[in-house]
Design a binder for this molecule. Sequence first.
Ligand SMILES: [Zn+2]
Length: 170
Amino acid sequence: QMEEFANFDFNVWRKRYIEWISHLKSRILDVFRSIDRDQDGRVSRKEFIDYVLASFPTNSLEMNAVANIFDLNNDGFIDYYEFVSALHPSRDPYRKALDADQINEEVSRQVSQCNCPKRFQVEQISANRYRFGDSQQLRMVRILRSTLMVRVGGGWTALDEFLVKNDPCR
Ligand SMILES: [Zn+2]
């Protein structure tokens, strides 16, 4: 194990895991839901590690490293946003497919950087409509030149600027 681990590459692991999910004809959300038995939107590191070890070819050395990467804010829990954003390659700026998955990926990636004791909430209502924070308002989102934009008033604001104004920890 030690010897194999020396060559551990998270990107390779991530691709294997995504392939495994797609062979099951599952979505990332479905996998997260099966780990998150009480459906509270987050799982402990141990739950995450135990579940993946029992269902996917990997080992505990790898899983410790993987859990460190998934637990972005290092609070000992992996929530849905962290789960999605660790699994998606996303950061490739050249990918321009304007689909709901890409929007969801980018929203999750940005929201996962929240450090509030109670994480800033975001809810996907439809492909391009989201609810942010405590507000009941539905907001349209779209990707414009690889920047995720949120409809605010009569115009569009970049999601990161929107979060600076609305997420208390920023
Ligand atoms: Zn926050």
